[in-house]
Design a protein around this ligand. Structure first.
Ligand code: UT7
Length: 334
């Protein structure tokens, strides 16, 4: 629990970017053996966005530009840029460097953070700790993924699920102990590494003609295996965080879950005793945008005036690795 003299790390601004191009379920009917009904009922997805010209750094840059504009922040005042992504522009330099240069954040340092669909949550915990240390005043945490760059559009198991997007938050210190990032419980378990991953292209299996011919540079997922552990993982860890913070379901304004599958979201909320009207959902519009899902929900629900200052939020995610966790966040923007 936070002591009175500790610095709070508060989200003081949000930003987002989704590409214009929409791929609806009908489009997928024309390229693989699927149908709108199956996709809607099994996943909750109706459409997703795809960037036609640009990389993850372009998605991230636009989200941060939106954040800077809406908070009237000078990019030169940013101390740290943390980018959660599994689709960096390249192995190195980090996508954080590219976004830093694009926005003119001349005084920042930063890094990329790899935790798949839990990436934003893990990065937010990290960013908050930099603020709580007292050394840094403005930390930008970005969730950005160009999932279309690692999707096999002939594989109906995965191609219908994912979209491209980015969203970013600004963390700043506050002496109000009631606001900001509170408790979080985060986990990794590498024994699940073969259920959701990219088989080749890294140091274990460098890219070759053979790996490309085999389609091993695309995302692979055993959906059924991930589904089971995702519901239990997110619900259990969220309940643990609530218990640690002395919160019951009536105290929660919103559960803000990773958007991978509406059935996973519904089952998680049910296990937690959270009613459906207290769950942020935008999967129908964007699909699974990996590191961007949670900040996109925060941004849209805040801008729609649904999330308000002082609201208790539980952020929860599950993803490849495995990685998972939950966080109690008290909203700090009027
Ligand atoms: O974000 C990171 C974490 N990821 C997740 O949390 C995702 C977890 N998993 C899921 O969301 C679901 O498992 C999926 C949406 C991926 C799949 O749904 P499912 O209900 O688990 O389907 P399934 O994989 O068990 O497949 C059932 C059937 C299969 O046909 P057979 O073998 O029963 O004949 C699939 O081939 O559905 C078939 N199928 C499809 N049919 C129409 C799979 N994809 C499609 C499709 N259209 N796009």
């Amino acid at each position: 629990m936070q002591k009175n003299n500790e610095i709070s790390a508060v989200i003081t601004g949000v930003g987002m970017y989704v590409p214009d191009k929409v791929l609806d379920n009908k489009y997928f009917e024309s390229i693989v053996d699927t149908n709108d009904e199956w996709i809607r009922t099994r996943t909750g997805i109706v459409e997703r966005r795809i960037i036609e010209d640009g990389a993850t750094s372009d998605l991230g840059t636009r989200a941060v530009q939106d954040l800077l504009k809406s908070t009237n922040t000078d990019p030169e005042d940013i101390d740290i840029i943390i980018v959660a992504t599994v689709t960096p522009d390249m192995f190195f330099p980090a996508t954080a460097c590219l976004i830093q240069d694009n926005i003119g954040a001349k005084n920042a340092w930063g890094f990329d953070f790899s935790a798949a669909c839990s990436g934003f949550l893990f990065a937010l915990e990290n960013g908050a700790n930099f603020i709580k240390s007292g050394k840094y005043k403005k930390v930008v945490v970005v969730g950005a993924d160009k999932m279309s760059s690692i999707i096999d559009y002939t594989d109906r198991n995965t191609c219908i699920l994912f979209g491209d997007a980015s969203s970013a938050v600004l963390l700043e210190p506050s002496d109000d102990p009631s606001l900001g990032v509170k408790e979080s419980i985060l986990h990794i378990d590498g024994s699940g590494r073969n259920d959701l991953y990219m088989k080749a292209g890294g140091s274990a299996k460098p890219a070759s003609h053979k790996t490309v011919d085999n389609g091993e540079h695309y995302i692979y997922q055993d959906g059924k295996a991930v589904f089971k552990v995702a519901v239990k993982g997110m619900a259990d860890v969220s309940a643990e965080v609530m218990k640690k913070c002395g919160l019951n379901s009536d105290d929660i304004a919103y559960l803000v879950p990773h958007q991978a599958n509406l059935r996973i979201i519904d089952a998680t909320a049910k296990r937690m005793g959270i009613s459906p009207d207290k769950v942020t959902i935008n999967i129908q519009k964007y699909g699974n945008t990996t590191a961007a899902t949670i900040p996109l929900c925060l941004t849209e629900y805040y801008r729609d005036r649904k999330i308000k200052k002082g609201d208790n939020l539980i952020l929860a995610a599950f993803g490849g690795g495995y990685t998972w966790g939950a966080m109690h966040l008290v909203w700090g923007i009027d």
